[in-house]
Design a protein around this ligand. Sequence first.
Ligand code: HEC
Length: 670
Amino acid sequence: MNDHPRHDVLVAVSAALLLAQAIGAAHASPATPPPAAMPSFTAAQADSGATVYATKCVLCHGAALQGYAGPALSGATFLDHWLSGDKTVADLHWKISTQMPYLAPHTLPAQDYLDVTAFLLSRNGFHPGGTPLDSGTLPVPLPRPPGAPPAVPINLNLPSVPESPGRARGTQPGDDELIQPPDTAWPSYNRSLAGDRYSGLREINVRNARSLQVVCAFQLGETGSFQASPIVYDGTIYVTGPYSTFAIDAADCHKRWEHQYPADMSPPLTVNRGVALYRGKVLRVTPNNHLLALDAATGELLWDVWVTDKAAGRWMSLAPVAFDGRVYIGEAGADWGANGHLYAFDVDTGRRLWTFNTIPTGTEPGADTWQKGAESGGGSTWSSFAVDAAEKLVYAPVGNPSPDFNGAMRPGDNLYTDSVVALDAASGRLRWYVQQTPHDTHDWDTAAAPALYEQGGRRFMTVGSKAGYLFIYDRDTHALVAKVPVTTHDNDSAPITVAGTHHCPGFLGGVLWNGAAYSPASRRLFVNSVDWCGTTQLTEARFLAGVAFMSGEHALDPIETAHGWTRAVDAASGKELWARRAPAPMVAALTPTAGGVVFTGEMSGEFLALDAATGAVLYHFNTGGALAGAASTYRVGQRQYVAVTSGNNSKITWQARGAATVFVFALPER
Ligand code: HEC
């Protein structure tokens, strides 16, 4: 299934851990006080639980419980998560029996949920006995199993400071090229710091796009989430998996170097959206919250900052942005009860320069929009940022509040959730903000990075959100200029109830992690969206540190009902100019060019070149893997290329297709 070496490493690591535990148990000092009441289950239960696991859980959590599309269910992190003293067997069983299998909860018989809980206990250091696990024996505290190493407390001394940061060989790109990228490059996630994604290349155009062909392909050798955007500079493509970074030749796909960070599958989701390139460095985050600087020339690790502790329910997926000597990042974790932060680090030293709390507390402005509940307020960062280089402002999208669905637990507007905040790049101080969904009860993150543009003397900012709208703001007056519906809206203001409320968009609808692109040539915005409804029911909210904290269950409508849209709207008024209905969800980014073409892709695997004037399909190619990242266009020599990331196989909610692959397209050589 997945033959990537990191899994062997993980199996080896967890085997070593079990061995260490066994040794620890053998040497347990006789003076140790007798353990508290142990969770009870029978060997027959654990066996039957193994069968449940192998049929209902293994796909996401891995044959050795090592984690794959879902987190690891054994090893140190699982122990620290569940067995650090304050949780009970009933809590673990509650998590499994009310929320698993992920997005298909309550689909197993009650006995299976008990048995699979017993199986997990048996694989984490507990021994079966004569008493079965049942409703009577569930409410037992979950102690550390005999012989397990002591729980590691959450590390509060973070971020760490790298001791001897290495120096990069190169010095490019600098701020100038990030602000105004040359045609040869796609140097940031959304190409320019303003995030418009527009390329001035015109060799591939409306008349000849039908002749595009694949020049080469590069397989990362991984399956799993693949949502990265190819970043291109000086003839090299930089592309990432959750823990891997590759540099490949942008014209023939030959690998130049590869860097593998030790894979840690314990975060709830393991996904990465790409790198920032700056002053000879490749900057990226890992799901377990490290910020890495690699030498862009060699892939050598120059510094590694441990930013924040995953034990607090925080993790990272975004593509950083770099500017003015700093690299900017943020973390996710809202849906796990964690409050978000945005950070700036010194690019040379890896030292943290500032932190912005996306959930204000104390006397910080906005704290009064939380009448209660700010202690688990949410506010994740998922994608990337836009930068106003002239004003030196970083525009950051902030995600949903926590817990997701039960608004009664957190009355108020809940700033700065579902907002865009504009921060002073040097100090991290808030300059202004706009909130797209005050007091969100639908998990309608503002997840995609905004785009900044100027037209007719007016300075605009646009952002799409999971609420199913594209918002256009005036950056000077901060006024909302337009709120454009980009997906089906149905019953979306009805309250979420215990009985269940069906609404569109559902919690995976609207604009996801890729936002709008702006073409100065046609003065249009292009935006993709997902049309997918679902039913949300309020449920008990149990706050367990580091564990998903939702206060409701969302059942997506069958995937067959999901589809996508690409829309073109007037960038000054928001007036819709055309809409193309796609048979599959559209989550990939869009790339408009001076050739009048817009490159994008579908979750079905189709790479598309659309006519920017009409939305007509000029060229399509089925890559065989779901497209959930981006297409980046650039020039090497005289030839224009388009690199697209295919093979998002996250297994969780989307149709899983393919393996992580970069495809490079161009016109036939003349
Ligand atoms: C479709 C993928 C998928 C399947 C199938 C699945 N899970 Fe999960 N599981 C996840 C994801 C994603 C998370 C993290 C989000 C969350 O905690 O809700 C998770 C979290 C968990 C957690 C919490 C881990 C922690 O440390 O917080 C447990 C326990 C768990 N799953 C057990 C199971 C069991 C047992 C089954 C089978 C009955 C199962 N899962 C099936 C995807 C899946």
